[in-house]
Design a protein around this ligand. Sequence first.
Ligand SMILES: *Cc1c(COP(=O)(O)O)cnc(C)c1O
Length: 475
Amino acid sequence: MADPLGERDEAAAALNLVGAAAEPYLRSLPDRLVHDRTRDVLLDELDGPLPERGAGAVAGVERLLRVGTEAGTHSAGPRFFHFVVGGATPAAVAGDWITSLLDQASGLWATSPFAARAEGVVLRWLKELFGLPESWGGVLTPSATLAHVSGLACARFWWADRHGVDVTARGLAGLPAMPVLSSGYVHVSTRKALQILGCGRDTLRTFALDDTGRLDLAAMEAALAEIGGPAVLVGNVGEVNTGDSDPIEPLADLAERYGAWLHVDGAFGMFSALSPRTAHMARGVERADSVTVDGHKWLNVPYESGFSFVRDASLPGRAFGAWGAAYLPDADDEHVNYNMLGPESSRRARALPIWATLYAYGREGYRAMVERHLDVAAHLGGLVEGDPDLELLAPVRLCVVCFRYRPRGVPEERLDDLNARLGAALLADGRVYAGTSTYRGMTVLRPAIVNWRTTVSDIELFVEVVRELGAEKAG
Ligand SMILES: *Cc1c(COP(=O)(O)O)cnc(C)c1O
């Protein structure tokens, strides 16, 4: 096989292979191991020299499907509780396929008015879903990390402007370090975004009341008073170990009082706004200046998907700006060009799976899913509390349950090692998937429940497997 032009009629055949594999694969997900290490031998089939003579579309797709459906991590299934990993709803998967089928370049309105219009619509729907004002600006990003880059680039532009510098044109040279203040709940991705923006990852200062990381508002206020100039506050809705949130209203009050910028990381936690049971956790976010949310977590859209929202809709254009090339549109183009509002240039039509899933399930559907996850998490919290060999380490407030295995007779100093070995055993076992983290100096499990497929029976199996493997490791 040589030139793909010779295969122009093979595309449908190759796609049909994927379509035919989809049904049995998706049907098998609830019963599969999350990861079957015995299948890793198949990975060798991906390897080898660059083909001189190609095998053709059908042969390539066949091989990739066979290896992928066996040796892939089946995190789209209901029992992947590690990190915070969402699945993909039926509508979102299909919407994602359409994205590839149509292969839209969605950075410029001129390349695809369809993709630009879809992005505008989903950004408006998402603002409505999260209770953010319609007047805010926004852009779709590949991840929450890149949404931080988008939002914090606006913060940096605003901050440098206060110092009389156009940072987009001139950079940071000659400016002092940008003060960034948060609680101990701050996620590492915020530091990475600051690093990418040239602000340095270690310039961020945290103010915590205790080893949980909980915000020390008084200490933060004292620091702000001492800084005496423009600063950036980072509020966190949904911390990765416990799901807890910073109090956003008091942070917004502080930002107002000291003229600071308030950035909120609601990567998964912003979905608390969907249920009256948890809406208090996100209360006040509408008073922030920039907000980050993930699509590939609790919205259950395939990777990669994130959203950046900015109060002053004129700022993203100034922070990222026009290209200044004759063949590209100007900043004052009559149409929106999303690649001028964020860090990317060429980009896929990221809006399509989001449009498909929001159209399919609506606000009601997402609220029902979020509330089911709240129930599943609360149920797990109850099982942990009722079990003398398990220790709940933080109240269950959202979709993350922080606990450790603590069987009678095992001394405190052995518990970290025992739980680390239990976490490794869970990942190797594959019936359920959850690794460890460190919380208040302890090695802990912190399963996160954000996959649309997950139900109470999945979490009950999780507890059974934890007890079984825990007993093995302790014995
Ligand atoms: C996952 C997560 C991020 C980073 O998200 P990516 O999409 O992986 O870049 C940021 N903040 C919080 C709280 C998260 O859970």
